[in-house]
Design a protein around this ligand. Structure first.
Ligand code: SIN
Length: 325
């Protein structure tokens, strides 16, 4: 009897440590071809028939909106191909949370789109890339995986929204708000997920979103300067739970009153920024489940819309915590 046909997947390889050459921490990201990487995981053929494409191969620290737009276009085209069951996207871990946020907010996918990467180059003992890639292929090919954007990394399956790279070197550098990983790859466990797709349009030109730290050494004038130089939004990197220093309050209230979208994010690596009475008073939005870099992507996508339209979406997608405490 002939073997049943395997699901067909497209693997978009974009570089990162998963495709690095060299050893130690001074390696060269994105140097190996997807074909060479695939040769290291012959088991992948059990799960899927793979089509390979590499729109670019880079270290993700160098990504710009131009790369996001290319990826968005390639994925949108692939989602429209009925013969494809899903997609795998390998990506450097350093800015993966921005790409994941963009895709989760703009795609409304009808198939699984599974991101993965690696923390150790393939030439290192204990390289994690081959295992992560194999798990991503399996997840994208699995008929039980719901449509949506996911990350598979270090034997865990994460949602794309709420993701953050929270460690510089650990083999599991990722964490996710509000509830951590959705599932695991050992045992293979992905409980049912309530997917809430949104398909925000990609802005015709990428709005400027300032990222402003508010430490003892920073002055609130930075907010006015950002506005004067054309920023459509500002994400504030604030202490603790997004706590606003008193000396910043007047500048923030002025900025929001004149239409700037101002997001309170935290400089802590982990934990949410919840709705707080200060938001009512100053007109800010809390980052909720989003890290500061992810909040910046989200702010760029919603900034073109009037506040009465973007605020309900922001609350529904990024503040799944119920009412203000
Ligand atoms: C990168 O982000 O491209 C390099 C680092 C990594 O993939 O872990």
């Amino acid at each position: 009897m002939a073997a049943p046909p395997r699901p067909r997947l497209l693997w978009l390889a974009t570089g990162g440590t998963l495709a690095a050459t060299g050893r130690g921490i001074a390696y060269h990201a994105g140097a190996l071809s997807p074909e060479a990487l695939l040769a290291a995981i012959p088991e992948a053929g059990q799960y899927a028939e793979l089509e390979l494409a590499s729109p670019f191969a880079m270290d993700s620290k160098d990504a710009t909106p131009h790369h996001w737009l290319r990826l968005h276009a390639a994925i949108t085209q692939a989602l429209a191909r009925p013969e494809l069951a899903g997609l795998v996207l390998s990506h450097g871990t350093d800015t993966l949370e921005e790409t994941a946020t963009l895709l989760a907010l703009t795609l409304a996918p009808t198939k699984p789109v599974v991101l993965t990467g690696a923390m150790r180059p393939p030439s290192e003992a204990g390289a994690d890339g081959p295992r992560n890639l194999l798990h991503a292929i399996r997840l994208a090919a699995d008929a039980d995986t719901p449509p949506g954007v996911f990350l598979v990394f270090g034997e865990e399956i994460f949602p794309a929204l709420g993701l953050r790279k929270a460690h510089t070197l650990a083999l599991q550098p990722f964490a996710a708000e509000p509830r951590g990983a959705l599932g695991t790859t050992f045992p293979w466990l992905l409980p049912p997920i309530e997917e809430r797709p949104s398909s925000l349009p990609i802005p015709p030109s990428w709005p400027r979103v300032a990222l402003l730290a508010a430490t003892a050494l920073d002055a609130p004038e930075a907010l006015r300067q950002a506005q004067e130089t054309g920023a459509a939004a500002a994400v504030l990197l604030l202490p603790g739970h997004g706590s606003v220093p008193e000396r910043w309050e007047a500048a923030i209230a002025d900025a929001t009153a004149s239409g700037l979208l101002v997001v309170r994010a935290s400089r802590c690596g982990l934990g949410p920024v919840l709705l707080h009475p200060v938001d009512e008073r100053l007109g800010t939005l809390p980052a909720g489940i989003l890290s500061a870099p992810a909040a910046r992507v989200a702010a760029a996508l919603v900034a073109p819309f009037p506040r009465e339209e973007h605020e309900p979406l922001w609350r529904a997608r990024f503040l799944p915590y119920g009412a203000s405490p």
